[in-house]
Design a protein around this ligand. Structure first.
Ligand SMILES: [Cu+2]
Length: 499
């Protein structure tokens, strides 16, 4: 019954609003399921429980394959997951498979994508944050229709009661006497009162359910950013001051994501010409501090990416007022970087990087369309035009930060997609016994020593699986590392509405 009700609530809930990233609700993933390279898109339902749509693209020519998908909730204490669903091949496209996934509770899920084929079986884990971000409105025609049906049932029930008491025991053709008529009138009135009370009770029940759902709508933890001058320079102070965090009841502790507990981004309001990617150091469990680079004075949008031990990744949002630019900058973390300046406009494909190399956005001449999944590809070339050798920057071949000019979208992604690598790791490493807070975090911390600089990067090119969530003007910052130096390219994009 409960499940049925849940289904009922989620009906028609396929559109999207927001998620752990800001304004960019869908999950994009590119990686390998064993021997099979895949690209996965999971469209968030925006309601919990809700039905998420998943598409899996096989990136090498397909022979006969089977694709299975299964969402697994992070908490091992919840019921065992059901058997996996077989994704159906999308008609007309031999490498695209799709399925629908029920996300029944709010929180972190890992979607297991399994590919079976001639080279064996492989599985990829794609973390997905199930959050309720919207309340579905009752459509007017549906409301009127239901009201009509309800009235029909109400009057119908009274008519049946009246007829049953008044004339059910009469022979055909016989007229009810006065006594029967009076009894029928009393029975009908009593029934009307009982039914009306049931309706009032039903309304109260519905309002309680609705209020509970509203209070469960996702809001990132509240945070405050302040800037203050110290002897050593200007310091950005970032505090997670949400009572649900400071009470420690509802959240698992933070874990580092690609080497840092927090990835914080500053974007200058309106102009978007000042940008910084910092990694504030924790002072305690609620406050973080970073030395501020010499950004120009102004109001800045602050976005802070954090990941909880549960695998739940979220972006906290704040604003910061920066007064006069910092006189000198001593980075509090070696991975911190910043950049001043605008790109070359919406048609400028080439960004000149600080070391003389160039970064080219290899985009088609056709306009970028909203929600159209097309990987963003960038080529990095040395000053003399050769593919540039790249190094890992915090474990990643590249980082891309994408924002809409009004700040309603902010997303931080990698060639692996929009997923948090730390969230993925929690799902790989979690054991059924990990029910004590902090146990998994300890194991992760022990693994984390210095491993983010090891690995190979394909020289000269990076790509990010993504689709812009709504039309408008966007700015992109793409970061790579060469010869120990962090390089940032800036690009602009105009995204047109669906045709
Ligand atoms: Cu990154």
């Amino acid at each position: 019954m409960k499940r049925r009700l849940a289904r009922l609530f989620a009906l028609g809930a396929i559109a999207v609003v927001t998620s752990a990233h800001v304004g960019s609700p869908d999950t994009y993933f590119e990686g390998a399921a064993g021997p099979y390279p895949i690209r996965v898109i999971i469209r968030n339902p925006g309601v919990v429980p809700g039905l998420a749509q998943i598409t899996v693209r096989l990136l090498d020519p397909a022979t006969e394959r089977r694709v299975l998908v299964l969402p697994v909730y992070w908490d091992p204490r919840t019921a065992a997951p059901p058997p996996a669903d077989v994704a159906e091949r999308v008609p007309g496209d031999s490498t695209l498979y799709s399925a629908a996934l029920w996300l029944m509770r709010g929180g972190a899920y890992s979607v297991q994508v399994t590919v079976e084929g001639a080279s064996g079986t492989g599985t990829a884990l794609v973390p997905v944050m199930a959050v309720a971000t919207r309340r579905l409105a009752l459509q007017k025609p549906l409301g009127i229709g239901l009201l009509g049906l309800g009235a029909f049932l109400f009057i119908g029930a009274l008519t049946i009661v009246r007829a049953a008491v008044r004339e059910s025991e009469l022979a055909p053709g016989q007229q009810p006497d006065r006594r029967r008529s009076v009894r029928a009138w009393i029975a009908t009135t009593a029934s009307a009162i009982v039914l009306a009370l049931a309706l009032v009770g039903g309304r109260a029940w519905w309002n309680t359910v609705d209020a509970a759902y509203r209070s469960g709508l996702y809001q990132p933890l509240h945070a405050t950013a302040t800037v203050r001058a110290t002897a050593g320079g200007t310091v950005l102070h970032f505090a997670i001051d949400d009572t649900s965090w400071t009470n420690r009841r509802q959240w698992t502790p933070l874990i580092p994501d690609h080497g840092h507990l927090m990835h914080l981004f500053l974007v200058r309001n309106e102009q978007l010409d000042g940008f910084a990617h910092l990694h504030p150091l924790p002072r305690d469990s609620t406050t973080f501090e970073a030395n501020l680079p010499p950004l120009p004075a102004g109001t800045y949008r602050v976005y802070a990416d954090i990941v909880h031990e549960s695998g739940f990744a979220q972006t906290l949002v704040a604003t910061a007022e920066i007064g006069s630019p910092a006189p000198a900058w001593h980075p509090s973390d070696a991975d911190d970087a910043w950049l001043l300046g605008n790109g070359n406009g919406e048609t400028g494909n080439v960004a000149r990087l600080a070391d003389g190399s160039t970064m080219t956005w290899e985009r088609a001449d056709t306009p970028i369309v909203v929600d159209q999944a097309a990987p963003l590809r960038f080529a990095v070339r040395t000053a003399d035009g050769k593919p540039a050798a790249l190094e890992l920057y915090m474990g990643m071949a590249a980082h891309a930060m994408i924002t809409r000019d009004d700040g309603t979208v902010f997303v931080h992604l990698h060639p692996e997609g929009t997923i948090s690598v730390a969230a993925q790791e929690t799902f790989v490493l979690r054991q059924p016994g990990d029910t004590i807070r902090g146990a998994l975090r300890k194991r992760l911390a022990a693994m984390d020593m210095g491993r983010w600089d090891k690995g190979e990067v394909r020289p000269g090119a990076v790509s990010f699986p993504y689709a812009f969530p709504k039309p408008g003007r966007y700015r992109l910052w793409v970061q790579v590392k060469r010869n120990g130096r962090i390089l940032t390219g800036v690009f602009d994009a105009a995204v047109s509405p669906e045709r």
